[in-house]
Design a protein around this ligand. Structure first.
Ligand SMILES: [Zn+2]
Length: 90
């Protein structure tokens, strides 16, 4: 899982390792900060605030990046990760 104390693996999807085989694009950075709750990429649980985000991984990334004010933003994500995600989804 993503370690917030280290920035060595940020932005490098090749370092991502997943144990179980699940559909969807597992190299997406969104899966570094969220958990595929149902195994079908339709519901993502935030690693930071434990909120559940229904919809595609893009929507979850909006949650992390706090890109939309009308959409529940992540309350616990660090500023560093937020900015990183913002760069990706912007
Ligand atoms: Zn969150």
């Amino acid at each position: 899982m993503f370690r917030s104390g280290s920035n060595s693996s940020e932005g490098n999807p090749h370092l991502l390792k997943k144990k179980k085989k699940t559909p969807g694009n597992r190299l997406d950075i969104g899966w570094k900060v969220g958990i595929d709750f149902n195994g079908n990429a339709r519901k993502v649980k935030s690693n930071y605030c434990s909120k559940m985000v229904s919809g595609r991984i893009l929507r979850f990334k909006h949650h992390i990046a706090k890109i939309r004010e009308d959409f529940m933003p992540c309350a616990s994500v660090s500023e560093k990760i937020k900015k990183l995600m913002l760069k990706i989804v912007a």
